[in-house]
Design a protein around this ligand. Structure first.
Ligand code: LLP
Length: 419
């Protein structure tokens, strides 16, 4: 079996469970829509990747943006994870759960002076710099603070990762990173800045990548640059960060296992004498979570059938935004007919759907459905559109379930508003 199937979510006695806990029971206790995460799946994925890189100095930095719930972060911090962050807010989350800022890499094309200052003050591991003006800004803030700033350049190797165009980031047309052909000149400039310390070289070629070839190609393209940077900063160069992007199975994708991935890239990295940093998000949490929702109505129109549920695009925007596929299954398993339907939410947008023209079990009003593979970029991208309070979140560990985020109330939604 592949590493990242949803092993944590199985039917037992006709009921879908997360580890040892029935989703029906969780829905009764905490209501719907409800995100349910498997602590053991998440930690298992982190460990599998960590172990696959044994023998090479490395650090797995979990990409906080994929699922930033404090309890998820705390579990990973306790396991020894580093973190990939993209904002001052994500850094505060990491600090809140006892994570070490020195184990954090700070990415993002728009770091503000305030974010840079805050990160420097708490001893950030490294800034992954995405442009020349950003490098100047970091240098200026560092000088004012009298602290040298650790940096890597995010270098864009110009590799097509063969994924959805919205989440491909390593191509020449994307806003991210510095083009490979320009990188050496920027490193030279950095080497001449007294408040900048060159610590690493970074790349990130995209997300939901289901093949090893784009990684191998991108790493190969980066290796000559790494040697040139080593010559510029022999004392301080510490790491090569190969980014995140490892894909998972949502439907019928067959991504490499961690062992296959490590076997393909380790030979290229082993003799560099640098620490290898990885920034996985989806791989760690994606198949460790589901969104449990209740059927409100089954509606027929002259042409279609709609299963209207209480979760919507504000809870899980991936289908609307990227037309991504998420399996939708009934929580109560029973032999029954199937029907073709759209599974949609109550939000006032035609684009508010969780599944479209899908053959699903013939479900009835009041039944529970589970939207699978929702642990990554689910809750993290949720909103209050249509003044819908955000879902609650539960973290399961064996037979124990803990509420790790309360359902959002009306008062909480309008707390910051004046009127
Ligand atoms: N490192 C950097 C610099 C990134 O930009 C990202 C994701 C990651 C690591 C983690 O990538 P992962 O391992 O999770 O693929 N919302 C989209 C995905 C956006 C990814 C943004 N960057 C989705 O739901 O598919």
């Amino acid at each position: 079996m592949r590493d990242n199937l949803m092993n944590a979510f199985q039917y037992k006695a006709g009921q879908l469970h997360c580890e040892g806990v029935s989703l029906t029971q969780l829905a009764e206790e905490f209501g719907t829509p409800l995100y349910v995460y498997s602590r053991n799946h998440i930690l298992g994925q982190w460990r599998a990747l960590d172990e696959a890189f044994a023998g090479v100095d490395h650090l797995v930095c979990y990409a906080v943006k994929a699922n930033s719930n404090l309890s998820v972060l705390r579990a990973l911090a306790e396991a020894g994870a580093g973190f990939d962050i993209v904002s001052g807010g994500e850094l505060e989350r990491v600090i809140r759960v006892g994570g070490d800022p020195a184990g954090c890499v700070f990415a993002g094309v728009g770091k503000t002076a305030g974010e840079i200052e805050g990160a420097l003050r708490c001893g950030i591991g490294c800034f992954n710099v995405e442009s020349v003006p950003e490098l100047f800004r970091i240098s200026a803030v560092a000088e004012v603070m009298g602290r040298r700033a650790p940096v890597a350049l995010r270098v864009n190797p110009g590799v097509d990762p063969d994924t959805h165009h919205y989440i491909a980031t390593g191509k020449h047309t994307s806003k991210f990173g510095i083009a490979l052909k320009d990188a050496l000149a920027v490193y030279r400039a950095a080497a001449g800045m007294p408040w900048i310390e060159i610590r690493g070289v970074q790349m990130h070629i995209g997300s939901q990548i289901t093949k090893v070839a784009p990684y191998v190609l991108a790493i190969r393209k980066m290796l000559p640059l790494i040697e040139q940077v080593r010559a510029l900063a022999p004392e301080t160069l510490e790491f090569f960060d190969i980014g995140g992007g490892l894909g998972i199975t949502y439907h019928n994708e067959t991504p490499p296992t961690v062992r296959e991935f490590a076997a393909a890239v380790k030979p290229l990295l082993r003799n560099l004498g640098l620490r290898i940093v990885l920034e996985p998000g989806r791989f760690i949490v994606g198949n460790g979570g589901v969104l449990v929702t209740q059927v409100q109505y089954v509606k027929r129109t002259p042409l279609k059938r709609f299963v209207i549920v209480d979760a919507a695009m504000n809870d899980l925007i991936r289908p609307s935004l990227y037309e991504s596929y998420h399996e939708v299954v009934p929580v109560r398993k029973a032999r029954r007919a199937t029907m073709k339907a759209d599974v949609v939410g109550p939000v006032c947008e035609s684009g508010d759907f969780l599944a479209r023209d899908r053959r699903v079990a013939a479900v009835e009003e009041g039944e529970l459905l589970a939207v699978m593979s929702a642990g990554a970029y689910g809750m993290a991208m949720s909103s209050n559109y249509n003044t819908r309070g955000r879902a609650a979140e539960v973290l399961v560990d064996g037979r124990k379930a803990v509420l790790v985020r309360c359902r959002e109330s009306f008062a909480e939604m309008v707390r910051a508003e004046i009127g």
